[in-house]
Design a protein around this ligand. Structure first.
Ligand SMILES: NC(=O)c1ccc[n+]([C@@H]2O[C@H](COP(=O)([O-])OP(=O)(O)OC[C@H]3O[C@@H](n4cnc5c(N)ncnc54)[C@H](O)[C@@H]3O)[C@@H](O)[C@H]2O)c1
Length: 283
């Protein structure tokens, strides 16, 4: 059982949406919180909200795509709040375009911010947790990673998010040997700022911030409907999963049926193809 009270937590992407919800809930449950975000003003607003409610928080600028920026953020957090034992590697950005319509910069950005963003944070914070034999790694993936056929025109994003799921579920085994917990969140959907603000998150080296929301195709979900839940509600679910060291959080129970229809059948079908191939070789 991982207590939240009395710990130091880092939340990347803490300035908005799910990250903001996590930061507020962590503080409400007694953690000191570092709100890390590429948009410092938003991180500061969340830290101020926490302090006004009687909690303890700092705001830190960080671009999770950039390992040096993550290490500089870590130094600031440890100096101000002490050893970090809860990491919420949550920052991300998305895209709803055919891969042939995306610039190379945008493809690199989507892979870097999602997959390497989590990896960079893991590299910065996990070794200290192993040394202390104490801590929890939490990362935000997506339903689009769990079911890569779920959302059309999402190839780099689905790849990066599936990578996060693979990394966290695999790490979970060795982390357990070191007394560290691991949980991966697969949201879909949660009310957040991404639809309107996504382009503002693009770091300079991938072309810099842009204006406007994401272009969502009309029929953008391939199977089933998405229920968009409040971030506060999802945050409570996430911290419960951390306390109990659950492997995964899925924010919508309807996804069980969608998973069976949209992913499981594809994988099982592939096994059937392999069987047929084997038979033809043998025969
Ligand atoms: N909302 C959903 O339904 C949903 C569904 C699937 C996955 N997700 C994932 O949830 C996570 C949080 O997104 P959200 O929906 O709350 O959106 P959001 O837009 O409200 O929050 C994203 C936050 O990440 C920050 N950020 C972006 N790039 C960054 C970078 N390079 N370094 C540091 N901070 C950066 C942004 O400034 C913003 O504060 C993302 O990883 C996203 O892919 C969300």
């Amino acid at each position: 059982m991982t207590d939240i009270n009395g710990r130091t937590a880092v939340v990347t992407g803490g300035g908005s949406g799910i990250g903001r919800g996590l930061a507020l809930e962590l503080a409400a449950q007694g953690a000191a919180v570092a709100v890390a975000d590429i948009i410092l003003d938003n991180a500061q607003k969340v830290a101020d909200e926490i302090e006004e409610a009687g909690g303890r928080a700092i705001a830190v600028h960080c671009d999770v795509c950039d390992r040096d920026s993550v290490l500089a953020m870590k130094k600031q957090v440890v100096d101000a709040l002490g050893r970090v034992s809860l990491l919420f590697a949550n920052a991300g950005a998305t895209s709803f375009e055919r891969i042939t319509d995306m610039s190379e910069n945008d493809i690199d950005w989507i892979i870097q911010v999602n997959l390497m963003g989590v990896t960079n944070c893991l590299l910065a914070f996990y070794p200290d947790m192993v040394a202390a034999r104490d801590g929890h790694i939490f990362a935000t993936a997506s339903t689009a990673g769990l079911m890569p056929t779920f959302v059309p025109y999402h190839a780099p994003y689905s790849a990066a998010k599936m990578g996060i799921i693979g990394m966290l579920l695999n790490l979970r085994e060795e982390a357990a040997e070191a007394g560290v917990g691991c949980t991966v969140l697969c949201p879909g959907g949660v009310q957040s700022g991404m639809k309107d603000n996504n382009a503002k998150y693009r770091p300079e080296r991938f072309g810099g911030p842009g204006e406007g929301g994401i272009k969502v195709p009309d029929n953008w979900v391939a199977h089933g409907d998405l229920v968009f839940r409040p971030a506060e509600e999802v945050a409570r679910l996430c911290l419960q999963a951390v306390r109990n060291n659950r492997p995964m959080v899925i924010t919508d129970g309807n996804m069980r049926k969608t998973f069976e229809e949209g992913y499981l059948k594809i994988v099982m079908g592939a096994f059937d193809d392999v069987d047929a191939f084997d038979r033809s070789v043998e025969g």
